[in-house]
Write a protein that binds this ligand. Structure first.
Ligand SMILES: [Zn+2]
Ligand SMILES: [Zn+2]
Length: 202
């Protein structure tokens, strides 16, 4: 049987925050790597400390398949050829956004965030901003302040001077084509959508 994806190709994992939609895959990785007949070398995991605390509580045991590195604003990590810098985001729990640099190309990932805070400085002049877009419509109608509308994502990408914008974190009950159209209206150029198994050059 050939698997569609070989988890042994993963060199490192970056987790932005403790909400289950962002960290629950770590539990599947823990099982796959810990109980495999061919255990692998520990995989570096970069995340806010509370993510590791919550995992230890849940697993109630050692997790030798992971090598944990707590990260917060100002921290940097070398992952292969990539340099990754972290910054606190505008979310309800400790959350890091990340700036990924290699070969003079830059991607900034917002994780989950509202529009406030100083994080936009780290997103400056990104070649690609990978942004959450949890809502559609007017900012004033947002049910929760610590997420972005698609229009806000486009507006911020424009403000920070990003060359391209890719949207993610669109809930399954929204039409992503509407989110893309709303982000294009404020970004004022084409916007891409992150979907499983599609890759982009930065
Ligand atoms: Zn969240
Ligand atoms: Zn989320």
């Amino acid at each position: 049987m050939s698997l569609p994806f070989d988890s042994y190709l993963i060199d490192a994992v970056v987790i932005s925050h403790q909400h289950p939609d962002h960290c629950s895959d770590l539990f599947a990785a823990y099982h796959a790597w810990t109980f495999s007949p061919t255990p692998r070398d520990p995989v570096p995991v970069y995340a806010p400390q509370v993510v590791w605390d919550r995992m230890e509580e849940f697993v109630e045991g050692e997790m030798p398949c992971f090598e944990f590195h707590p990260v917060w604003t100002g921290d940097r990590a070398e992952i292969g050829d990539l340099e990754v810098s972290f910054v606190e985001m505008d979310h309800s729990v400790p959350t890091v956004g990340s700036r990924w640099e290699a070969n003079n190309r830059v991607m900034f990932y917002t994780a989950d965030t509202g529009p406030d805070g100083t994080w936009k400085q780290l997103a400056a002049e990104a070649d690609v901003m990978l942004s959450e877009a949890s809502y559609q419509g007017e900012s004033a109608d947002k049910p929760y302040p610590n997420h972005l509308t698609a229009g806000e994502a486009g507006q911020i990408a424009r403000e920070v001077g990003a060359s391209a914008l890719t949207l993610t974190h669109i809930p399954p009950y929204l039409d992503p084509a509407v989110s893309v159209a709303e982000a294009e209206a404020t970004f004022d150029r084409p916007v891409r959508l992150a979907v499983p198994r599609v890759s982009f050059d930065v």
